[in-house]
Design a protein around this ligand. Structure first.
Ligand code: SAH
Length: 395
């Protein structure tokens, strides 16, 4: 893929915050404005994350006017902000067309490390239909634009009073199904005129869309990402996480229908070929479902499957929601599973559920409230200035 092969921005109501520097440059040139205006505009949008074109005070008023007219912003409104007992915060956003998406701010359990992870959504709903995931029950709404993806990050940072240190595309949706907007968002985030996020601090998680893994690999393997005008020279790949969740095609077919299209062997082949950043490993996520994928035989197969791949495994105890007939294995079963895999020499960790009391944990994001609990009042479009900056505290 070359820079020219990146998708054309939509012509109608083109979302301003989704434009790459060279696209802003082309727009400025068409206005008869000097080239440096593109850098100024980009810095306002991605460095300062302004919410209105009027705030771009170093642009001449006529240029601001035509920018506002021709390339409007489509901001996310804060619809609901919930804080869990463990300090995890769920942000529900209302999009310009009245859809709802969620992001989750997760402070590090170890306050010493001062890590703040933001879990980002890539779609309204999801088309992948994993049987154990609440987002799947929504069906597919639409792709998020690159502007809506990066806006979650900038607005969450403003609410938190600090920038997230790590970004994970593990919110609602399948990021690789929305490949063009994901690639665009990654480029915008890495740009030194903007947030300057190192790709090494970004993780893209996929249910196993092999065509998307290959496209992402091609973008970074051939250095194409670095040739996008204005891109950083260090265009290293983001981290890759794969939701494996089973050790046989029979089980994976059942719980993740995408496996019928790309079975485990093909998925692992794509993982093997992924151009990892130096010293990085592929993360394999494994949602623990009692009686489904938690047997000793699974624990024995897992390291054999992953042999030869620089890998680590995260076990995620299943987080419940109303509907499917799954249950979480006992803590003892999960530990035994972990120990069996570890004995085979594999790095494997148990992820403790974060924010599950407010449905903010993995697989619980459905942009709605807990069944039976009263619907909290929508706060409408909260004025960010009036929301107290928040810092994670040790729990
Ligand atoms: N579509 C992407 C990213 C979103 S899901 C993907 O599939 O990777 C993020 C993680 O949550 C995935 O590893 C998924 O397997 C896991 N997950 C989904 N539902 C879950 C649930 N109910 N409990 C625990 N983890 C879940």
């Amino acid at each position: 893929m070359t820079a020219a092969a990146l998708p054309d921005p939509p012509r109608q109501g083109s979302p301003l915050r989704g434009l790459l520097p060279h696209e802003l440059g082309a727009w400025a040139a068409a206005q008869g404005a000097p080239g440096y205006r593109a850098e100024q505009i980009f810095r306002w949008l991605h460095g300062k994350a302004v919410e209105a074109v009027d705030e771009m005070v170093n642009l001449p008023a006529p240029l601001r006017d035509s920018l506002g007219r021709e390339l409007p912003l489509r901001p996310l409104a804060v619809d609901l902000l919930q804080t869990a007992r463990d300090g995890t915060r769920k942000l529900r956003w209302r999009t310009h067309d009245g859809r709802f998406i969620e992001s989750v701010l997760i402070p590090d359990e170890d306050a010493e490390r001062d890590r703040l992870t933001l879990c980002v959504s890539s779609q309204v709903g999801c088309a992948i239909d994993c049987q154990f995931c609440a987002t799947a029950t929504l069906g597919f709404g639409r792709h998020l634009g690159a502007d809506e993806i990066v806006e979650q990050i900038y607005r969450a940072a403003a609410l938190a009073g600090r920038r997230p240190t790590n970004l994970v595309f593990m919110g609602m949706g399948e990021p690789l199904h929305n490949f063009d907007n994901l690639a665009r968002a990654l480029t915008l985030l890495a740009h030194p005129w903007g947030a300057g996020f190192s790709p090494r601090r970004i993780t893209v998680s996929t249910a196993g869309l092999v065509s998307g893994i290959e496209k992402l690999a091609a973008l970074y393997r051939d250095g194409e990402a670095g040739r996008i005008p204005g891109a950083t020279r260090d265009a290293s790949a983001p981290n890759l996480a794969i939701s494996l969740n089973a050790t046989t095609d029979e089980v994976r077919d059942r719980i993740m229908p995408i496996n019928k299209r790309w079975p485990i062997a093909e998925l692992l082949e794509a993982a093997r070929r992924f151009p990892l950043s130096h010293g990085r490993r592929v993360t394999f996520e494994y949602v623990m479902l009692a009686g489904v994928n938690d047997a000793d035989a699974d624990a024995d197969r897992l390291p054999r499957l992953l042999r030869g791949i620089p890998a680590k495994v995260n076990l995620i105890p299943w987080n419940g929601f109303a509907g499917p007939e799954f249950s979480r294995p006992s803590a003892e079963r999960i530990r035994t599973f972990q120990e069996r895999v570890r004995a085979a020499g594999m790095a494997i960790y148990i992820r403790s559920p974060r924010g599950d009391d407010i449905d903010a944990a993995c697989g619980q994001l459905a942009a709605r409230t807990v069944e039976g609990s009263p619907r909290p009042p929508a706060t409408g479009s909260v004025d960010l200035v009036s929301v107290r900056p928040w810092r994670p505290t040790a729990s």
